[in-house]
Design a protein around this ligand. Structure first.
Ligand code: ADP
Ligand code: MG
Length: 140
């Protein structure tokens, strides 16, 4: 169930297909922690995931809001950017626990501050930028 998986994204044109594959590989898991450096393509991939889920709103990094909530066809999708949080307490203050327990999709950029707090079934998503600018997504 927790087998590693890899998805290659040759170019931006591949994103939608890659995002759908990622959702399929995630199965029942709803909490995704994106562990990748600045510029790797976290927000871009989350935008593609949201499109696959039927979100028609503008998806952008919630750097200032910390949490963005989008509406998919039937359910909410939560997108976090925890870059500015300094510790777990600050994450608890914004109510992270309720979001994680909601059973809705939670896509988390910069999850470090909540690492020890995330559900054990959290899908860990690493993004590697290759020399030819393609991306390799590694799931754990
Ligand atoms: N799969 C990809 N292939 C090529 N370029 C990409 C890919 N994903 C993202 N990029 C480009 O990389 C840059 C940074 O993407 P972004 O999603 O903002 O990164 P992050 O959220 O990890 O900081 C953007 O210019 C974006 O167009
Ligand atoms: Mg980003």
């Amino acid at each position: 169930m927790m087998d590693n998986g890899r998805i290659d994204i040759a170019s931006i044109d591949d994103l939608k297909t890659a995002a759908q594959k990622l959702l399929d590989m995630a199965g029942e898991r709803r909490v995704f922690a994106f562990d990748a450096p600045m510029g790797a393509g976290k927000t871009t991939l989350i935008k593609a995931l949201c499109e696959c889920l039927g979100v028609r709103e503008y998806v952008t990094s919630p750097t200032f809001a910390i949490i963005n909530e989008y509406q998919s066809d039937t359910r909410p999708v939560f997108h976090f950017d925890l870059y500015r949080l300094r510790n777990l307490n600050e994450a608890l203050d914004i109510g992270i626990e309720d979001y994680l327990d909601s059973g809705e999709y939670c896509f988390i950029e910069w999850p470090d501050v909540v690492n020890d707090f995330l559900p054990k079934e959290t899908l860990r998503v690493q993004i590697k930028v290759n020399e030819d600018n393609s991306r390799t997504v590694i799931l754990q």
